[in-house]
Ligand binder design. Structure first.
Ligand code: NAP
Length: 314
């Protein structure tokens, strides 16, 4: 089975590529920069040049493809408009998938995307979900609130660099997931018929509040965080302003999550459903505290070594 992966160089995408290769799939990746994506080739994937903003570059990748996993999204560091990548680019991918009679289209979306039509990326994600569902292509959609890896930038690094962390007054628990586990869910779904034409909320078994994540990081870093607590309404107002600007995608996305987090009451039961259909034991899934324990062990050891080297040079 040839699996076509979009976004294979990304945070989640690279784990999907690795998991797919480990499971014996032939993996083809659409990449914008073959040199930067060379690590995927070294792992055993085939690289084909393609750019979602350049439609003419996409058709050659679809030859002989059985299933597609789309882990691509607009990069906050790019000049590209979110509409060009996440909307027009995806329309072409759906059309090409129909033409190539793809047997499964796995699309990755954002939790509660349907509830935020006024946030561009959420609206686009939701509309693409609807298009995939009505396309006739067998599909599976996974929806996330966030990845463990993104929490490093949000919490761990500001604590280590003694920079402020903004949190909201109302901070209900949220279930993040490690990208290796998210990749495991995607690849496993390909071999389970019941996952076809279904949408899954995806997270780890335990949900965490912002304060709890900060407390954990403080304990592991041995440093106090500078926390600034603001009401959700402040973020909502800020989003209304930042939402106008392309460059603020990351901010808008982050703010969207603040609201998403505040609306996740049914999340636990949705996650239990995901685990049962995919036949996953929650104990197999990485916990956030273990993830951060390993992260801080590595970072603090590295910092200690650097400091020792500096001292010996002086
Ligand atoms: N991060 C989160 O917390 C989060 C939460 C909920 C849902 N999600 C969803 O999960 C999926 C994976 O997210 P991620 O955080 O892993 O993404 P990411 O790290 O930002 O990676 C984005 C990927 O898309 C590729 N890409 C961007 N523009 C492209 C273009 N014009 N043509 C072809 N490829 C292009 C990038 O390739 P290059 O290497 O060439 O830049 C990269 O491989 C996305 O669908 C995202 O919306 C993420």
């Amino acid at each position: 089975m040839t699996l076509l992966i979009l976004g294979g160089t990304g945070t989640l995408g690279r784990q999907i590529v690795r998991k797919a290769l480990e499971n014996g799939f032939q993996v083809r990746c659409i990449v914008r920069n073959k040199r930067a994506a060379n690590f995927l080739k070294e792992w055993g994937a085939e690289l084909v040049y393609g750019d979602l903003t350049l439609p003419e570059t996409l058709p050659p990748s679809f030859q002989g493809v059985t299933a597609i996993i789309d882990a691509s999204t607009t990069k906050t560091t790019d000049d590209n408009d979110v509409l060009d990548v996440d909307w027009y680019g995806k329309l072409i991918i759906i059309e090409l998938s129909q033409y190539a009679q793809i047997k499964r289209f796995i699309f990755l979306s954002i939790l509660n995307s349907e509830k935020y039509p006024y946030i561009t990326l959420m609206q686009i994600k939701y509309r693409i979900e609807k298009l995939i569902k009505s396309s006739g292509i067998p599909f599976t959609i996974f929806k996330y609130a966030g990845f463990f890896q993104t929490l490093i930038n949000e919490y761990a690094i500001p604590i280590l660099e003694k920079k402020p962390i903004f949190i909201t007054l109302e901070s209900p628990p949220i279930s993040y997931i490690d990208t290796q586990d998210a990749a495991f869910f995607c690849i496993k779904s390909l071999s389970i018929k019941e996952t076809q034409n279904k949408t899954f909320a995806t997270g780890s078994a335990q949900a965490w509040k912002s304060e709890e994540i900060i407390e954990l990081c403080e304990k592991l870093a041995g440093q106090k965080a500078q926390t600034l607590t603001v009401p959700v309404i402040f973020f909502k107002k800020l989003r209304q302003i930042t939402g106008f600007f392309e460059w603020s995608l990351q901010v808008s996305e982050r703010l969207a999550f603040v609201e998403v987090i505040n609306n996740s009451s049914n999340f636990t039961s949705s996650i239990n459903y995901t685990y049962s259909i995919l036949d996953i034991n929650p104990k197999e899934i990485l916990d956030l505290d273990f993830f951060f324990q390993k992260y801080f062990e590595i970072i603090l050891n590295t910092l200690e070594k650097i400091n020792k080297t500096k001292t010996s040079i002086i």
